[in-house]
Design a protein around this ligand. Structure first.
Ligand code: NAD
Length: 442
């Protein structure tokens, strides 16, 4: 099939590349000229494990091309995917300006029957709006608008796309459903389902999934906060509850809150949609409040440990700047908030991340940049620091040689927002170790 992907970010680039890898001809379109130039030069602008190999193959075999011009790509396509940003607008509602702008341009470009697929995460009813916008300039027989939410996780995006646990397709059109099913069949050969449903339910499914996952994380973070107050260990509680198959083992790890480009904005957006429809989604109110506090809870612990909120003269190392491991994405990363709070209190920072130093630098404030040095070796972030703060659970942080801490830091003090280390080992190594929902080791 011939596919046009409009919007070549994390979702568009991964989707386009994976569709090309399964034999389709894909043209990825983006308004960012610099990005398109980089892609044409064979350079992947994001860090995503496994992407580069299939990206290069797609280009080499002539099935993956890039352009800033929507016209030709859309005219030739059987399917047009919208993978456009839907960031939070005012009041937390999703900003649909990019989606609606492109929708307004599509109608006049359609020549033969085309399936227009919304892969962006969009509020219920957006499919109707996109349909109307396209129909302003095109015969209704020429197209269908389908919802096909994306469930990939950054850091594992290629695997998630190639082997999805399910594919959700929202359309009332049998013709469009058949084309979409044919497109996705190679990705679900192991028997995972392609679930075809009405468009509105499909749009809501994505928000329901993300809101439920954010709630699960937040619930465990609250259990962790209670553990700290009653002298329990959240790791034990997690194992105890996770073995119940109704609860499941995944997504139960306590930490310094969820971040990223999806959970925060999607929780806000469904909360807003509920409000607009006269429903007060109370659980999500709490989820948002708890997560805000959780992101900087490590700073509260530091104040308590030092007995002051004045960190003038102190230097802290930060391991992990991205919102989660295996990505360079720093959108809504707890590290951004923590750095801001520490600098406000007078601290100096030394930051290390395997992939996200560049994106972090672009996103953080000048106040932080003035006080933060960045290093390209995790060990260099330990030199003469008063304490190490772990914000992201990159694998390489899991097994550091203990004497690195002892030999390089002024004091072997660690504030761990991701519970990477065993408490007994920390105790034996003589490290002061303060983590989340577990007894402090002094
Ligand atoms: P992104 O910001 O990484 O990429 C969006 C791209 O669209 C950018 O390259 C931008 O230049 C381009 N763009 C903007 N306006 C354009 C226009 N008018 N024409 C052509 N290109 C345009 O966003 P993303 O993370 O890929 O997310 C896209 C959508 O997918 C969002 O709705 C998001 O919620 C959803 N989603 C994201 C993820 C994820 O993990 N990132 C997962 C599932 C769903």
């Amino acid at each position: 099939m011939k596919i046009a992907v409009i919007g070549t970010g994390y979702v568009g680039l991964v989707s386009g590349t994976c569709f090309a890898d399964s034999g389709n001809y894909v043209t990825c379109v983006d308004i960012d000229e610099q990005k398109v130039e980089q892609l044409r030069d064979g350079e992947v602008p994001i860090y995503e494990p496994g992407l580069e190999a299939i990206f290069s193959r797609g280009i080499r075999e002539g099935r993956l091309t890039f352009t800033t011009k929507m016209k030709k790509a859309v005219k030739e396509a059987d399917i047009v995917f919208l993978c456009l940003p839907t960031p939070p607008g005012g009041d937390g509602q999703a900003d649909l300006s990019a989606v609606m702008k492109v929708a307004g341009q599509l109608g006049s470009l359609l020549e033969d029957y085309t399936v227009i697929v919304n892969k962006s995460t969009v509020p219920v009813g957006t499919g109707d709006r996109v349909h109307e916008a396209v129909a302003d300039n095109a015969d209704e027989q020429l197209f269908d608008v389908v919802s096909n939410p994306e469930f990939l996780r950054e850091g594992a995006a290629v695997d998630d796309f190639m082997y999805p646990e399910r594919v959700v397709i929202g359309t009332e059109s049998e013709r469009a459903a058949e084309i979409m099913t044919t497109l996705y069949e190679p990705f679900v050969r192991s028997g995972n389902p392609i679930i075809v449903m009405d468009r509105r339910s499909s749009e809501l499914t994505k928000y329901a999934a993300n809101a439920m996952l954010a709630t699960k994380i937040t619930f465990m973070n609250e259990i962790a906060n209670i553990c700290e107050r009653v002298g329990a260990n959240v790791d034990n509680v997690r194992r105890g509850v996770g073995t119940d198959s109704r609860i499941g083992k995944r997504f139960l790890f306590a930490g310094i809150g969820y971040g990223g480009s999806c959970f925060p904005k999607d929780v806000q957006a469904i909360h807003y949609t509920a409000g607009q429809n006269g429903y007060d989604f109370k659980i999500l109110d709490s989820v948002m409040k708890v997560n805000e506090a959780q992101k900087v809870s490590i700073v509260d612990k530091m104040e308590k440990y030092y007995g002051t909120d004045d960190f003038e003269g102190k230097t802290f190392g930060m391991w992990g700047l991205s919102f989660k491991p295996e990505t360079d994405d720093i959108r809504e990363a707890p590290a951004l908030y923590i750095a801001e709070e520490l600098v406000k209190r007078g601290a100096k920072l030394i930051g290390y991340d395997p992939e996200a130093i560049g994106t972090f630098r672009q996103a953080t404030s000048q106040a932080v940049l003035d006080k933060m040095e960045f290093v390209h070796d995790q060990q260099d972030a330990l030199e003469d620091i008063d304490a190490l703060i772990i914000c992201t659970e990159w694998n390489e942080f899991r097994r550091p040689t203990v004497d690195r801490f002892q030999d390089h830091m002024k004091q072997p003090v660690i504030f761990d927002g991701r519970n990477l280390y065993d408490l007994d080992r920390a105790r034996k190594a003589g490290i002061t170790y303060i983590s989340v929902g577990r007894p402090a080791v002094n």
